[in-house]
Design a protein around this ligand. Structure first.
Ligand SMILES: N=C(N)NCCCC(=O)O
Ligand SMILES: [Zn+2]
Ligand SMILES: [Zn+2]
Length: 335
């Protein structure tokens, strides 16, 4: 691995799969360098192997390594966003954050501390879960840096429920806790892809009070992706946006490897299109969670998740801030 040439500021890209077969060697995300090899990154990709917060099938603790394995096949140019996401910005794999599997409160603290520490070495984080509990400490870290953030939450589930068996910190409750703690902008947060049975109608009232507007899977089916994008854009505005994607937002046919599957979900094609269409938002961080490999087949879920992460990184590369930095960089190189 060539170390980053700080004089040229050229990002270190993925291992060259025309020289080393892409299936050889260790699986970092997209075969990218590790963070310690490049020093500082525009984006750090980190895993959080943790699933103590689940209410049903366990196994999301194995999500990060499964998604990294499936990401070996990604290529450096993304025609859908006309960008080489690993060339316009330094992206690196930061490995996994430690989270105590036997103590939820400590795990939450560890994820917040780990993310905060990573943000001293990277401008933005894209986290691979892990169950959805981890969105709570990640939003804490985001709010510390940016103030309350607009949340775009793609999921079959609201995840604004109150407690499970009396426990307040679970994968069904992260956005209620984050809302209560003031981490999210209550006027600008949105769920995408909600569907399926709830515990009661009151869930929806609570959810609205906690700051979310809902775009259901049925809305996408009825009105199409462009209308869904417009609705999200109107809600999120130009605020700092944190994107949290529970892979169960996809139909189980597209993502069977997950803990709480719900019938009637969107296709991976629809989700990828929506992320691309939002690439001009000010995306300050993201997570992709709830991949549980024990229920996966033929890496279906992991391939979908690896592409979702790729589109998020591409979208971040296109966002205004980075484009501005690149223009400045070009200008100094020309001088
Ligand atoms: N997959 C996530 N994040 N949450 C699902 C909670 C569903 C439930 O147990 O009612
Ligand atoms: Zn879910
Ligand atoms: Zn969720």
């Amino acid at each position: 691995m060539t170390p980053q040439d700080s004089t040229k500021n050229t990002p270190v890209g993925p291992r060259d799969s025309s020289k080393t077969p892409r299936y050889a060697g260790r699986a970092t995300y997209a075969l990218l360098p590790e963070l310690h090899e490049v020093g500082h990154a525009d984006i750090a990709v980190a895993g959080v192997p943790f699933d103590t917060g689940v209410s049903y099938r366990p196994g999301a603790r194995f999500g990060p390594s499964h998604v990294r394995e499936a990401s070996r096949l990604l290529r450096p140019y993304n025609p859908a966003q006309d960008i080489s996401p690993f060339e316009v910005q330094q992206v690196a794999d930061a490995g996994d954050l430690v989270a105590n599997p036997f103590n939820l409160d400590e795990a939450v603290q560890q994820v917040a501390d780990g993310a905060r520490d990573l943000l001293t070495r990277a401008d933005r984080l894209v986290v691979i879960g892990g169950d959805h509990t981890i969105a709570y400490p990640l939003l804490r870290t985001m709010a510390e840096k940016h103030g309350p953030v607009a949340v775009l939450h793609a999921d079959a589930h609201l995840d604004t429920w109150d407690t499970y068996f009396g426990a307040p910190v679970t994968h069904g409750t992260p956005f209620r806790r984050a809302s209560e703690d003031g981490y999210i902008d209550l006027t600008a947060s949105a769920h995408l892809g909600i569907r399926g049975p709830l515990y009661g109608k009151k869930d929806l009232d609570d959810d609205a009070r906690l700051g979310f507007e809902i775009t259901t899977t049925d809305f996408i089916e009825e009105h199409g992706v462009p209308a869904a994008v417009e609705r999200l854009r109107a809600r999120l505005g130009d605020r700092p946006v944190y994107i949290s994607i529970d892979i169960d937002v996809l139909d189980p046919a597209h993502a069977p490897g997950t803990g709480t599957p719900e019938a009637g979900g969107m296709t991976s094609r629809e989700l990828l299109r929506i992320i691309r269409a939002l690439s001009d938002l000010n995306i300050v961080g993201a997570d992709v969670v709830e991949v549980a490999p024990a229920y996966d087949h033929a890496q279906l879920t992991a391939v979908a998740a690896s592409h979702v992460v790729y589109e998020l990184i591409s979208a971040m590369g296109r966002s205004k801030n980075i484009q501005l930095e690149n223009t400045q960089l070009e200008n100094t190189q020309r001088d």
